[in-house]
Write a new protein. Sequence first.
Length: 307
Amino acid sequence: MSRYMQFRRYYFIIEKLKSKTFTTFEEINETLAGHDIEINRRTLQRDLQTIRNEFLIEIPYDRKQNGYYIDYEESLTEDIESFVHFLEIVNTADLLVNNLSEGKNTLRHISFDSVGNLRGIHVLKPVLQAIQDQNIITFDHLSYQSGEITRYTLQPYGLREYLNRWYVVGSAEGESGLWKFGVDRIENLVITARVFERDAEKNPHELFEQVIGVEISGEPLQKVILSFEPRQGKYIKSLKLHRSQAVLVDDEKELRIQLTVKPNFELIQQILSHGSLVTVIEPAWLREKVVRIYRSALRKYEGDMRS
């Protein structure tokens, strides 16, 4: 049995358990059958054991409720949603590989974003190993702001993916807090033999849960309320801006949502990307900042028209 088929089963099992608190074997089996997957109870038990051992997600059986459920309190993984996202990526990649192996013409039916840079992914594996083994790494990194290349010594804490780009996050020697570095700009990576002790106060997972994107914000955690025109609201409901997204109003006039985040550059970029289809309701300072950006842009366009 291929790992691809295993990951497919894991994905549909987790998705079913997320949709219904106590799920029977028959209900899980019915979901899998809908995707042309057949299993017996022994296979399900093996899958649940693997999910527990390899991915630290506890899925016990409750005899009183006659069903399986995800025990979020006992699960050692910090983010089950990230695990599901991982399974989605693996499933998609293996599905494409399998199709490509069946015929040379498959690529003619697939359109890739030609500007989706995947540079630097060759460093992901050694960096991830360094994170797991707590090895200090050194590398050269190009700054887009200054255009300079600087040598860094880093205690790597984690990896972050955003908009098809990867970043390594950690504690840089001689600097405070956590720093992030785009792997596409990393050169001359060295995994040293020196090990480090993790600082429990520096938790990149918790940090990125509170923001959109990768900018580490100095703003306090706060409520951001946005109002979208109904036609755009359908997209926002299907592809959330942030995991904290909650719907406040959903009618023929608007989709009003609330995010609980630390506002940063990426949040503002997301707002601006929707143009006139979104309005910032709260907080007032963010609304005023977006207005200033639009006024500045308008002045530039007006200046171009007069010249």
